[in-house]
Design a protein around this ligand. Sequence first.
Ligand SMILES: [Zn+2]
Length: 376
Amino acid sequence: MMGFDAPYVPGYDCHGLPIETIVEKKLADKGKNKNDIPVASFRRICREHASTAMNGQTRDFQRLGILGEWQTPYLTMSAEYESSTARLFGKFLERGFVYKGLRPVYWCIHDQTALAEAEVEYREHTSPSVYVKFPLKTDPAEIDGALAGKNVFVVIWTTTPWTLPANLGITVHPDFDYSAIEVPDAEVFIVASELAKAFSETCGFAEYEEIAKFKGSKLDRMEAKHAWLDRTSLIMNGDHVTLGEADAEVELDVRFENKSAAKSGTGCVHTAPGHGADDFAISKKYGLEIYAPVDAAGRFTPEVEHFAGEDVFTANSKIVTFLRETGALVHSETYAHRYPHCWRCKNPVIFRATPQWFVSMDEAVDGASPTKPSSR
Ligand SMILES: [Zn+2]
């Protein structure tokens, strides 16, 4: 564009999971498993696969008449390329840009890998949608005198029942109005005032009576009891809680509780620190543990009562049944929505906190040298 004659150098990205996935499939066709062959052999097979694909593409491009430096393409699997990558990584490491942190990320339980936001695709998916009651542990009289001696619950809504074993909190908006509504059977439910009517209709309560109304800030740091586990669920205040007007299309999380289509939910957001971006942020703020009792294959870890070893997607319906049997379920239905899927294997993904290596981009990395390394 500046008037110089720039030669076209073809380049090939020879690395990555797509190649690994194809080679794994080829091995499986021959009845072999990747885990049974040495790593070096697996790498060699991947290299051969990449070379074959590259030679075929080079031949096709040349036949199409594309002019370029075909004798000296750049290849990400060439030793020169790999060594310069290693050298630059060494510089990052030396300057302290490389760190390990526990962060919730998109996770494909099929490929057993983290996915970047650009690597998920939104597709139609039907999830269970459940309203679950958490008994208030704090004396309800502290909220309002009218609640003294009542059987009070905070009701949450979720489309990912499998995240309930990881629940450590409930988030409410400090500025929203919340109502304590008494339904038949002398139970009192706390939900956002604006959603009380829709909630009652959805859950089939023909009649209810509002016996107290208060701001969400009143509930801050009060405690509920987990729906079935012997564990406290901390009530927190967070500005990310909405009353459900947000467009589900722009959803960037697998957790839909607070951003779903209009009038679903209760304004009381089930919070699992290790399984959601907003959950992670608010839980950090309140000092909750970043708890994610799900392994790389998407199975509950042994410490999860009742559901250890279960695949999370299979566990969904079992948890709903369990909630119904234990009386914690207020209502359940199915919910069709757009849900993130893995771009490689097309399976639905989950959100899961894992230890990840990061290269910090907070510093100026001009030629890999921050301007004032000592001042930070
Ligand atoms: Zn996948």
